[in-house]
Design a protein around this ligand. Structure first.
Ligand code: FES
Ligand code: FES
Length: 208
């Protein structure tokens, strides 16, 4: 008698078991020997124990913080996970998209590329710190006015870079703006409107 269509036969079961076992063996064969030895000796736990939290004191959006961080925490993860400032976005986590741009002592940085502990005593500004209460920052207003965003995922990083671009004196022409904003990627392609927003702020002469 034929088996039910969805009921595996003994042959199918054996084949599945064989495939699972051979995948496992292949995976194990690919793990470098020192890693296998380290795991066996609990080395990874000893390494983790060595990463004790260390004290950090810094000012974020005008608020002083004294706390402890893991030395391996990036500034991006520290802001998002420890301070719950989730306006700064994680795009690539490799310094290639600019979604995580914040200002450190007035300079723009990709927060995914630095460790939080490197910023002891420094002043950080995130997108949450740009507005003055209910009053949007001129660059935020310009982005709204010029439709400088679509899905909005890249927008916090774009705005932080755009402010820095004007402050640095790199917003003289559309080409210059494109050049100095080139580290901020927009998957929605809102580039023309972003350039228009920056030109508007630059031309308006407002204090940024
Ligand atoms: S998340 Fe930092 S540059 Fe992409
Ligand atoms: S607005 Fe969607 S990624 Fe830039």
């Amino acid at each position: 008698m034929n088996p039910e269509p969805d009921t595996p036969t003994g042959h199918d079961e054996a084949r599945r078991t064989f495939l699972k076992q051979s995948s496992l063996l292949t995976a194990l064969a690919l793990v470098p020997a020192p890693v296998v030895m380290a795991a066996a000796e609990g080395f990874d736990e000893r390494v983790a124990a060595a990463f004790e939290k260390i004290p950090l004191s810094l000012k974020v959006n005008g608020v002083k913080h004294k706390l402890a961080v893991e030395p391996r925490a990036t500034l991006l993860d520290f802001l998002r996970e420890q301070l719950h400032l989730t306006g700064t976005k994680k795009g690539c986590d490799y310094g290639q998209c600019g979604a995580c741009t914040v200002h450190v002592d007035g300079q723009r940085v990709n927060s995914c590329l630095s460790f939080a502990v490197m910023h002891d005593g420094q002043e950080i500004t995130t997108i949450e710190g740009l507005a003055d209460g209910d009053q949007l920052h001129p660059m935020q207003e310009a982005f709204v006015k010029h439709d400088g965003f679509q899905c909005g995922y890249c927008t916090p990083g774009q705005i932080m870079s755009a402010v820095a671009c004007v402050r640095e004196g790199h917003a003289g022409t559309a080409d210059e703006i494109r050049e100095y904003m080139s580290g901020n990627i927009c998957r929605c392609g809102a580039y023309a409107n972003i350039v228009a927003a920056i030109q508007d702020v630059k031309g308006g002469g407002q204090k940024v």
